[in-house]
Every structure is written in structure tokens, then in C-alpha cells.
Ligand binder design. Structure first.
Ligand code: A5P
Length: 238
């Protein structure tokens, strides 16, 4: 018999509910993207319906549409450049709360929003917590212009940083390249293990065609990781 409380989707919702406890009346929030963040937005919508006042910046068109459909008040970083708290999912996180993000292709806006917040909380199911980052292919958002030239440089930089692997253009089911909300492409870098994620991130940012990468270092301060036996709290530099 399946223990429904331990399915990964249940864990995502449990982590989202835990993060909702951190939201106070009047807060300016960043809303993440992906299946875990979707649970959070859903639960936040219920609270807004009951009278909670918040003002939110979504990190993708998908999240914007979901939040708008739930009546959650929305703003932009141009109108509200500083936020109190962002809540988002992750594809992987380690004990230092360094993250890999971008599996859903929203990494650029997610990183801009996370950087504009006083606090950044990650919510995740137990499968996302890893001893070492890199099993999940690292998403790198690149400009459409000069794609192949940039792709070769991305592979070279990964190799020079101790994690050789292929950088493959993300494609949709119909074979067309995936296009981000910002109009860019994504290279998914199959690296296996990343010895020093922060150093790799700095090196990737030095490539002209790279718009942003999915390594989030020193941005997340708290993670709620739902497991079959409860929610684990991780703090950076704890
Ligand atoms: C979106 O671009 C991503 O960064 C997501 O936050 C990440 O992929 C986690 O997604 P899930 O919650 O769907 O696993």
C-alpha cells in the first residue's frame, strides 16, 4: 500500500505550507516557479481570500497567471524594487544551501527576485537535498545570438572547473528550442558532480553569451525540506 503522505508531491505541499507560516501581513513577496512553488502560490491564494494583505512579484509568466487567477495582488520590481521574502523551489540543494535552479527555465527572473529580497526561503521535497550538487543537469541561460560559440565556451569552462560534460540545447517535445520568458535559450549541462559550484558560477558569468546560470550561491538563507517523517529546517551558516 502506498503511504500517500510520503509522495513527493505531498512533500512539496507540506514544505509550502511550512513556508507560508513565515508570511506576515503587509509583506512584499517574491513568488517562485515550478511545481513546488505552485503549491505555495495556491496556499497563499487561500490566505489572501481570507484577508491576508501581501504584494507579490512573480518570477515567470506562468506564476503571474496562477497568482492573478487566485486574486493575489501583483507588482513589479520596477514599482517595488525591494522585497521582504521570496519563496521558491529548487532542483538540488546542498547543506550550505547552494542551489541548482532552472529546471523550469525561470532561473533568470528567479535569481533577480531572490537578489531583491531580504530573505530567500527554498521549499523542497526530500529528493532535492543532495550531498554534492551536479547530478541534476545545470541550466545555463544563453543569448540566442552566437549560440554554438557560447555552448563550446560553456563546456570549456565547466571542464576547466573540474566538471567536464556536455552542454545540450534544451528542446521542447516538438524539437524546437525552449525559449525562456526573456527570449533566451537554455543549455543543460550534464556534469555529474560539481566540485566548487560558486567558483563555476563566477566563471560561467565571464562568458559573453551567458545571460545567467542556475547556481544560486549565498542567496538562500533557509530551506524547508519535507520528508516522510516531517519537515527539516536548514539554515545557511548554521
Ligand atoms: C524553475 O525555473 C526552477 O528553478 C524551479 O524552481 C525548480 O526547477 C524546481 O521545480 P519543481 O518545484 O517543479 O521541482
Amino acid at each position: 500500500m502506498t503511504d500517500l503522505a510520503t509522495t513527493l508531491d505531498q512533500q512539496k505541499r507540506i514544505a509550502a505550507a511550512k513556508a507560508l507560516e513565515e508570511v506576515d501581513h503587509g509583506m512584499r513577496l517574491g513568488l517562485g516557479t515550478g511545481s513546488t512553488a505552485r503549491h505555495f502560490v495556491d496556499l497563499l491564494g487561500e490566505r489572501v481570500r481570507l484577508g491576508l494583505k501581501v504584494l507579490c512579484v512573480p518570477t515567470s509568466i506562468a506564476t503571474m497567471k496562477q497568482a492573478a487567477s487566485l486574486g493575489i495582488p501583483l507588482t513589479t520590481l520596477d514599482e517595488t524594487p525591494e522585497l521582504d521574502l521570496a519563496i521558491d523551489g529548487a532542483d538540488e540543494l546542498d547543506d550550505e544551501l547552494t542551489l541548482i535552479k532552472g529546471g523550469g527555465g525561470a532561473l533568470l527572473r528567479e535569481k533577480i527576485v531572490a537578489s531583491a529580497c531580504s530573505r530567500f526561503i527554498v521549499i523542497a521535497d526530500s529528493s532535492k537535498h543532495v550531498a554534492r550538487l551536479g547530478r541534476f543537469p545545470l541550466p545555463v541561460e544563453v543569448n540566442v545570438f552566437g549560440l554554438e560559440s557560447t555552448r563550446i565556451k560553456v563546456e570549456a569552462v565547466c571542464e576547466a572547473n573540474g566538471c567536464p560534460g556536455s552542454a545540450r540545447l534544451r528542446r521542447l517535445a516538438d524539437g524546437k528550442p525552449f525559449v525562456t520568458d526573456g527570449g533566451h535559450h537554455i543549455l543543460d549541462c550534464a556534469l555529474g558532480a560539481i566540485p566548487d559550484a560558486e567558483r563555476l558560477g563566477v566563471a560561467l558569468n565571464g562568458i559573453a553569451g551567458v545571460v545567467e546560470h542556475g547556481i544560486f550561491a549565498s542567496l538562500c538563507d533557509t530551506a524547508f525540506i519535507a520528508r516522510s517523517d516531517g519537515v527539516a529546517l536548514l539554515k545557511r551558516n548554521a
